[in-house]
Design a protein. Sequence first.
Length: 190
Amino acid sequence: MNLKSLPMMMTWSRVVLIPVFIILYYSPLEEARFWAGLVFMIAAITDWFDGYLARKLGSDSKLGAFLDPVADKLIVAAALIVVAAEYHDNLWVIVSAIIIMMREIGISALREWMAENNAREVVAVSKLGKIKTASQLAALTWLLYGGELWGINWGALGFPMLYFAATLTLITWIQYTKAAMPELIRSTKS
């Protein structure tokens, strides 16, 4: 294996792991939710390392830069759907899932449009955006597992973390949209 191909393999692994964690989640295994949460957590960890490794190894590419956020959105959307279905009686989980999915799709489209207009840096990922992603991935991991480990009820921790992630989602949605607004206004006048 070529070490330079590792980041792209990590990106693709997130897509491949989507059906794996869903099948595990709904399987009759005794610890199905633990294993589903673990697989999701592994996929989430690859999200943090693939871009870093690509830059470090000099293997970053336009394809990788495009596929990385797509893989991220796909696995988050799949987990949000599973979590929303599981906790369908909790209005705040449903609202949080909808907000997160709307923002992810909206900002992805905005970033794509900005890139086509040579203004990608205007909506580059912010520090708050990274905190949003981390809290989102933690919340989903904990809610997918939903159990107790090391004396901690991870499912119970997942709810406030999901609401925190949804709040950061709204804040960053507003920030990115506000940052892009001059370019959007300028393009409507052209």
